[in-house]
Design a protein around this ligand. Structure first.
Ligand SMILES: [Zn+2]
Length: 445
């Protein structure tokens, strides 16, 4: 309760009643997420008041009931009172989606540890954050729509935009960029700007001050996610209906060995999307559904694939067996993005880079080297290649000096084991020092 009396007990009570009703609605509509919905911690903000009547008015900036990664749900009283119960409940399910799918940790605009601001500034960063929010929304709303839970007007819907279903946020980013460019020429906006809070992008908001010290701890979240995933598995065993995206999530959540693979795949795909010059597009095969929705004809899409070079740490501290298993993973992911028969260039590197190898398969890479480690030499050699690569993927235990400045190519570091570190300018994903052998999953790309 505020000291200045702007929040009355009656207003607070009405807001709490609405949240309680919305929770029941959400738990009833998606029973497999009931424990998640009840784990959300509503933080009621100071209301925006109408100058004349003194009554709370809705602030559109809070229409998504934004969340933070501690599962606090920020409720702006005027917005809550003006929003139907079903819509508040829909946003609760939506925010649970951002939280359990780790969108904040996957966000390209998440501040690097130790840095308050990220690499881009101002409008560019806002645009990137906004696009990530839309892409993450597309990933979640898909599964809500599969349950006949249609979102409120103005939210992103892959079906209505004629985008392919069941993709990840990383995959939706370049597709949305193309649509936005196409629609910009028609003077229209793709969707309304909706801000889902730091749960979607990892950037703290000013209003989160009021939720500090509240919400779930890291351990709470870990246990909660496991119990949600276990509940979904039980429902699947009992042949209850669960949308496919949630089935996949639960399976991955309960198998940590799949977890790092998913992260590795997401990181590499994100690197590919970042440098691909986004997406190549042509107007040869327009999408009729998209045209029907927006009134303009968006281009059909084909992904441009960046030129990729692998730099492999063959110093004494990493075994060939581990490298071979990881190379199979990495080249499998690149093949999934780029198609088969894609030629790769690879350097083995210890204290110096060995001769470049042009290969088609992981098994064709000859691992040579030993002794000390200096990945600076390997990265310098990779970026000096002609044609110059767009993306450099480094496999290393991270116990190496790194270039002091961002190299001329986007760098993804696959960090083997727990000991080493990756530089702030690279995208990094930690992989186990003893990865299990790859077992192809049916339907996996
Ligand atoms: Zn959202």
């Amino acid at each position: 309760m505020s000291a200045d009396g702007s929040r009355t007990p009656a207003c607070d009570e009405a807001v709490r009643a609405r949240i309680a009703a919305a929770r029941l609605w959400a738990a009833h509509r998606a029973p497999y997420l009931a424990s998640a919905v009840f784990a959300l911690n509503p933080v009621i903000l100071e209301p925006a008041l109408d100058g004349d009547s003194g009554e709370p008015v809705a602030d559109p900036g809070f229409r998504a009931f934004p969340a933070d990664t501690r599962w606090n749900l920020y409720v702006e009283p005027g917005t809550a009172l003006a929003t139907p119960v079903e819509e508040v409940g829909w946003w609760m399910l939506h925010q649970v989606g951002h939280l359990v799918r780790g969108h904040a940790a996957r966000s390209p605009v998440r501040p690097e540890p130790g840095h308050e601001v990220g690499h881009a500034a101002g409008a560019v960063r806002d645009e990137e954050a906004h696009r990530w929010n839309q892409a993450a929304d597309a990933e979640i709303n898909d599964d809500l729509e599969a349950e006949d839970l249609r979102g409120p007007a103005g939210v992103v819907s892959p079906a209505e935009l004629a985008l392919p279903a069941n993709r990840t946020a990383e995959e939706y980013v370049p597709m949305l960029d193309v649509l936005v460019q196409a629609m910009g020429r028609g003077g229209r906006a793709l969707t309304e700007a909706i801000d889902c809070g730091s749960a979607v992008d990892g950037q703290e908001r000013a209003y989160e001050e009021s939720g500090s010290g509240e919400g779930l701890t890291r351990l709470d979240r870990e246990l909660l996610e496991r119990s949600i995933a276990a509940g979904i598995q039980d429902r699947i065993s009992a042949r209850s209906e669960v949308p496919s995206g949630w089935r996949r999530w639960a399976g991955e959540r309960l198998r940590p060995s799949v977890d790092w693979r998913a992260r590795l795949g997401a990181t590499i795909r994100r690197g590919v999307s970042t440098v691909a010059g986004q997406v190549d597009f042509s107007y040869r095969r327009p999408s009729r559904r998209a045209a029907a929705y927006t009134g303009i004809v968006p281009p059909s899409m084909a992904r441009a694939v960046p030129d990729t070079v692998l730099v492999i740490d063959t110093s004494g501290s990493v075994t060939d067996d581990v490298l071979n298993r990881l190379l199979a993973e990495v080249t499998g992911i690149i093949e999934g993005v780029a198609g088969p028969d894609r030629r790769l260039r690879a350097f083995c590197c210890d204290v110096r880079p060995h001769p470049v190898q042009a290969v088609r398969r992981a098994g064709d890479i000859e691992l040579t080297g030993g002794g000390g480690t200096d990945m600076r030499a390997g990265i310098t050699a990779a970026t000096a290649l002609r044609p110059r690569p767009d993306l450099v993927i480094v496999l290393t235990d991270g116990e190496t000096p790194w270039p002091g400045q961002r190299p001329a190519a986007h760098v993804v570091v696959c960090l083997i084991g727990d000991a080493g570190h990756a530089p702030g300018w690279a995208s990094a994903v930690r992989v186990p020092a003893d990865p299990p052998r790859r077992v192809p999953v049916k339907g996996e790309s």
